[in-house]
Write a protein that binds this ligand. Structure first.
Ligand SMILES: [Zn+2]
Length: 167
């Protein structure tokens, strides 16, 4: 499983490979078997991370086997949805046309408050359904507290996005 290339990533999420184009020209995640639960929970407004059912260690991206104890038993642990910006990039052209239209936008790496070793790739936006460039680049700060929001894309997949705790 691969994460969407951060130079074009626009649909926050996990457990998916880069996928088909959409009407807005952005790439849609295509959930695979291991990552599908992430998106099913997101559609219910829940941020959950796969964890080992034996040793309890969370892991990302989703995969069949625990890298710590080699157990194949897993569960999906509900997170608070809170985290902080661990790093970010501001992609600039050359980009795919759908992304170039919104540049400069941001791609952030969020460290989860409940699982500090887990970092999710996503976008910081002004509201769940806002454009990728809805937060001015100068608002981005390493360490800024963020909270998860849930955005349903044109093709019905719900992706996790991020809002500043203090807009
Ligand atoms: Zn384990």
């Amino acid at each position: 499983m691969t994460q969407t290339d951060t130079t074009t990533a626009g649909s926050g999420g996990s457990g998916a490979t880069g996928g088909s184009g959409r009407a807005d020209g952005l790439l849609a995640p295509v959930p695979d078997e291991d990552g599908a639960p992430f998106f099913r929970y997101a559609a219910r407004g829940e941020l959950r991370v796969q964890s080992c059912a034996d040793c309890g260690e969370p892991r990302f991206p989703p995969r069949p086997c625990c890298p710590h104890c080699q157990s194949f038993d897993s569960l999906w642990t509900k997170m608070s949805g809170r985290g902080r910006i661990w790093s970010y990039v501001l992609p600039h052209p050359p980009l795919l046309p759908g992304y170039a239209a919104q540049a400069p936008y941001n791609v952030i790496l969020v460290e989860l408050a409940d699982a500090p070793r887990i970092r999710l790739v996503g976008n910081l936006v002004a509201s769940a359904d806002a454009a990728l460039n809805s937060v001015p680049p100068e608002r981005l700060r390493i360490g800024a507290p963020v909270k998860a929001a849930f955005h349903e894309t044109d093709d019905g997949l719900t992706v996790v996005r991020w809002l500043l705790e203090r807009p």
